[in-house]
Ligand binder design. Structure first.
Ligand SMILES: NC(=O)c1ccc[n+]([C@@H]2O[C@H](COP(=O)([O-])OP(=O)(O)OC[C@H]3O[C@@H](n4cnc5c(N)ncnc54)[C@H](O)[C@@H]3O)[C@@H](O)[C@H]2O)c1
Length: 345
């Protein structure tokens, strides 16, 4: 079987999971190189990943290895520059969301990518690969619930991640870019129209440190679409019960709900606290399967020379909207997406 030779950059919380998937669970992929700034993660790669080479310098990995594709799971603030470097070396690219921390970075990548139409460039929006979200999309396509006109979607993390997130904010672009880029992508995907206006509100209600970092621990955004549809998008860093991501799609002849309640499994516990189910702990517990399906799809797209749906233009559009949300939150007013685009051109 022909195998795609891959180098990965970023071996942190999520990068390690990608590396294991690529090396041991994607049959037509070979992970031959790994790069991280962190020495412990390099040691981890040497011991556990059976890669030929490890690097602490991304440029050296691009120059000194015989890779055909790069998987970028590094901090968000270096995604754009790493994609541009990789495509200029003629390498196919998979990059985790978000494409960049601002619109300029996304447009720079798109501009450079135009010169490399032969390459497959994919941005990870893992929920599109989750079997339940895929089923919801199929149900809408088959017109079983009519036309969607309202999407309510939230990304909610367990509170124990707050200290990690406080560090993460420095490179991740803030709660709207980091959390809600998923919900925005889903709302566009299900509604099939573009957001024209947003109104975002929120605050640092429990962890005041997020306020001092110009960010929030809980937010809501109301979005108006060009075709008159609506979305209500929430984000939270303070859930005591676990990772509670869900989406509800209200359509003219029915409603779809994905991921609610956020149960870890099918077991119901009846005890002195009542009748209950355990909750997913992390995003990875919830989307473990989808992450594997997603990276398998990237490798297959490269092998078959097919461009994926999770392309640069969808990723840029999501960042434009999360930029509008950030701006609305900071200005405490409704923001028109066209004004944000003009300001960032
Ligand atoms: N799809 C999802 O649900 C999801 C969930 C979590 C994280 N992510 C995304 O994945 C990315 C990584 O997140 P994480 O939680 O694993 O972060 P992390 O902080 O745990 O790891 C970051 C990694 O990037 C590496 N890195 C940073 N700058 C680098 C550079 N210049 N050169 C080489 N390596 C560099 C670090 O060494 C580290 O290995 C982020 O962009 C994040 O938005 C997506």
């Amino acid at each position: 079987m022909k195998k795609l030779n891959i180098g990965i950059v970023g071996l942190g919380r999520l990068g390690k999971e990608y590396a294991i998937n690529i090396q041991y669970r994607v049959p037509n992929a070979n992970l031959i190189a790994a790069c991280s700034l962190n020495k412990d993660e390099i040691e981890y790669a040497k011991k556990n990943l059976e890669v030929e080479k490890t690097y602490t310098d991304f440029d050296q990995m691009l120059t000194n290895t015989n890779i055909e594709a790069v998987v970028i799971i590094s901090s968000t603030n270096v995604h754009a520059e790493q994609i541009i470097k990789a495509i200029n070396k003629g390498l196919h690219v998979f990059c985790e969301k978000p494409l960049g921390v601002n619109i300029k970075e996304c447009l720079m990548v798109e501009e450079e990518a135009k010169k490399h139409n032969d390459l497959i460039i994919m941005v990870g929006f893992v929920r599109r690969y989750d079997p339940s979200y895929m089923q919801a999309k199929k149900t809408i396509k088959e017109n079983k619930v009519g036309t969607p006109f309202f999407v309510r979607s939230q990304t909610v993390d367990k509170d124990i991640w707050a200290p990690f997130q406080l560090e993460f904010v420095k490179t991740g672009g803030g709660i709207f870019h980091d959390f809600n880029v998923h919900d925005v992508d889903l709302a566009r995907w299900f509604i099939g129209s573009e957001v024209v206006k947003v109104w975002s509100q929120g605050g640092a209600y429990r962890f005041k440190e997020f306020g001092r970092a110009n960010d929030a621990d809980n937010t809501f955004s109301f979005c108006e679409f060009k075709n008159g549809s609506m979305a209500l998008i929430g984000a939270s860093r303070t859930a005591p019960h676990g990772h509670d991501t869900f989406t509800e799609i209200i359509a003219t002849e029915g409603k779809l709900t994905v991921g609610s309640p956020p149960s870890k499994n099918q077991v119901q516990i009846s005890d002195k606290y009542g009748v209950r189910q355990e909750c997913n702990e992390t995003f990875f517990d919830r989307f473990k399967n989808a992450f594997l399906i997603q990276i398998q799809d990237f490798v297959d797209c490269v092998m078959k020379n097919v461009q994926p749906d999770c392309n640069l233009s969808n990723a840029t559009e999501a960042t434009i909207i999360t930029t509008a949300m950030t701006s609305s939150f900071k200005m405490k007013s409704i923001v028109k997406v066209e004004d944000i685009i003009l300001k960032n051109k």
